[in-house]
Design a protein around this ligand. Structure first.
Ligand SMILES: Cc1cc2nc3c(=O)[nH]c(=O)nc-3n(C[C@H](O)[C@H](O)[C@H](O)COP(=O)(O)O)c2cc1C
Length: 170
């Protein structure tokens, strides 16, 4: 069966810097699909599952059809974006009660993470929620790629080899 890859973009703007990086991966990679979280209505995690009828569950169901999931986020305050964190929080919906069988379907899938910041340096700790979440969910983690743009629009030459090596893993 054909290996399917999806990128989940969690930025406060759908066509910002992180999107520039994601578009490079899609145009240079092989049949990579894209989900833009800001196109969806995804509420915070609620202990009483008050948001269970929003867009999260149908979206997660469609994502479960993929083998590799790359989480692409800007760096906001040294961490993943709030949109991306909310997506991870909502995975808790499918780890409890009658929806547990849905969460289990993440097991065995492949996860990677990508960040786009204004700094070339990514600080220790940024990647940990991805590695530990992959571990907790039983997913295989393929690593983190940090990126940035020069002049706020061009992908710098130092970043291109990182993207090429990521494409080989997707
Ligand atoms: C709220 C906010 C917080 C930010 N915090 C950081 C940060 O901690 N480190 C960093 O390198 N860049 C930081 N930046 C810059 C963004 O990460 C950078 O401009 C990124 O390329 C934006 O991607 P986007 O257009 O997809 O939002 C921040 C930007 C915003 C709006």
């Amino acid at each position: 069966m054909k290996h399917k890859t999806i990128i989940i973009l969690g930025s406060s703007r759908p066509f910002g810097h992180t999107r520039t990086i994601v578009d490079y991966l899609i145009s240079h990679g092989n049949e990579i699909d894209l989900v833009v979280l800001s196109d969806y209505n995804i509420g915070y995690f609620d202990y009483e599952l008050k948001n269970e009828d929003d867009d999260f569950h149908p979206l997660l169901t469609s994502i479960l059809g993929y083998d590799t999931i790359l989480f692409a986020t800007p760096v906001y305050w040294y961490a993943m974006s709030a949109q991306m964190k909310t997506f991870f929080d909502r995975i808790s919906d499918v780890l409890i009660g009658e929806k547990k069988a849905i969460g289990r379907q993440l097991r065995g899938k492949v996860m990677g993470s990508l960040s786009c910041g204004s700094d070339q340096e990514i600080f220790e700790g940024f990647e940990m929620p991805f590695t530990q979440s992959a571990n907790y969910l039983g997913m295989t983690y393929i690593g983190h790629t940090h990126t940035w743009l020069s002049n706020a629009e061009t992908i710098p030459k130092e970043v291109l080899p990182r993207l090429e090596s990521l494409i080989k893993k997707l």
